[in-house]
Design a binder for this molecule. Structure first.
Ligand code: HEC
Ligand code: HEC
Length: 297
């Protein structure tokens, strides 16, 4: 019974995966300029068992938002749960619903534990969970999965915000994130985009503009990026990494071979076969905030 239902979700995901190539090409033209990033870490300090009433209100008010059918399979129209289960390697990683109606009580516990890493009870309006689906012009972070809330007045946004406010204020507060160094990005990380490996297509071919445009080519025939270009690329890539956590960073996982722990799908190249690749290690240290400055060796 469970197995059959599991397949149902996978089939839905398959439909999404097919649809994505189209969305991402469209997304590339939308070129939303990412706003300043409120930075905070994902590690919540929630060791103690959750209050049952909090899990119950999560089940009643928040899970239906994740489950809601929005009439499509494309970014901005698909149900959150279509993208946010096992396949993304993201922190926002819901259980595969036990039935079409939703999650079992036990699964909701797991979902709750996971979601409390994406909220900030000290500063509820800065919760990652709220800022990802929010329109960038309204202060959102930018979301490959699309814009779901065009303003903070959106009733769903308000419902999630009120729920976060209902949690104990000192309970789910993200640990501070390490700073990811711009100078190292400029001196060492951009080199990765400039030098495709043998037989590979350059990242810039597909990641030249838009939400995923972290590697536009230098303009005016220059061979290196100027300060302004580097800053713009850094803002984009900041969205695709989780500071302090290379294992949950899209940038570290998409070009990594699945057999080596990389993403299940990438419509581009697999630059690293395993995490042992010295370049992967260098970039991971940068994401952890350990590499700074202009020396790449
Ligand atoms: C079409 C697929 C898709 C849908 C539908 C979708 N997302 Fe996403 N979401 C993504 C992808 C891909 C990322 C990672 C890239 C990024 O951060 O933009 C992401 C990232 C996120 C993150 C950050 C996760 C982390 O681990 O840092 C949150 C929070 C989020 N989405 C919330 C939502 C919510 C809430 C909904 C429903 C209202 C939703 N998403 C719908 C694809 C989707
Ligand atoms: C042939 C085109 C192509 C090339 C080359 C390519 N990619 Fe991609 N990449 C894509 C497409 C299409 C997607 C979106 C669909 C997917 O996730 O597979 C994507 C997604 C990504 C994402 C996730 C973006 C998001 O918003 O969640 C990252 C990170 C990424 N690629 C990194 C790279 C890096 C680094 C390189 C170079 C080493 C690279 N890609 C080369 C086509 C490409």
């Amino acid at each position: 019974m469970r197995a059959t239902r599991h397949v149902t979700w996978q089939q839905r995901f398959a439909a999404w995966a097919i649809a994505t190539t189209g969305i991402f090409l469209v997304a590339a033209y939308q070129a939303a300029s990412p706003s300043a990033e409120p930075r905070f870490a994902q590690t919540a300090t929630a060791q103690a068992a959750p209050r049952p009433a909090d899990v119950e209100s999560f089940r009643k008010t928040i899970e239906p938002i994740f489950m809601r059918d929005r009439g499509g399979t494309m970014a901005g129209y698909a149900a959150c749960v279509m993208c946010h289960t096992w396949q993304t390697s993201l922190r926002f990683d819901l259980e595969t619903p036990a039935t079409d109606a939703g999650w079992s009580a036990e699964q909701s516990q797991m979902n709750f534990q996971m979601i409390t890493q994406l909220v900030n009870t000290k500063s509820p309006e800065n919760s990652w969970l709220l800022l990802k689906p929010l329109e960038p012009k309204a202060g959102g972070l930018g979301h490959t999965g699309g814009t779901y809330w065009t303003s903070r007045e959106d009733p769903e946004f308000q419902a999630v915000l009120n729920w976060i406010r209902s949690l104990p204020a000192d309970r789910y507060v993200p640990a501070p994130q390490p700073a990811v160094d711009f100078e190292f990005f400029r001196s060492c990380v951009q080199n990765v985009f400039a030098k495709p490996r043998e037989g590979h297509i350059n990242c810039s071919n597909c990641h030249g503009a838009g939400l995923m445009g972290f590697a536009p080519l230098p303009r005016d025939g220059r061979t290196t990026w100027n300060e302004e270009e580097a800053r713009a690329a850094f803002r984009v890539i900041s969205r695709l990494i989780v500071a302090g956590n290379p294992e949950k960073s899209r940038f570290m996982l998409k070009p990594l071979h699945p057999d080596g722990g990389g993403s299940y799908a990438h419509n581009g190249v697999r630059r690293w076969q395993t995490r042992d690749d010295p370049e992967w290690q260098m970039l991971a240290a940068w994401v952890r905030g350990e590499r700074k400055g202009s020396s790449c060796s």
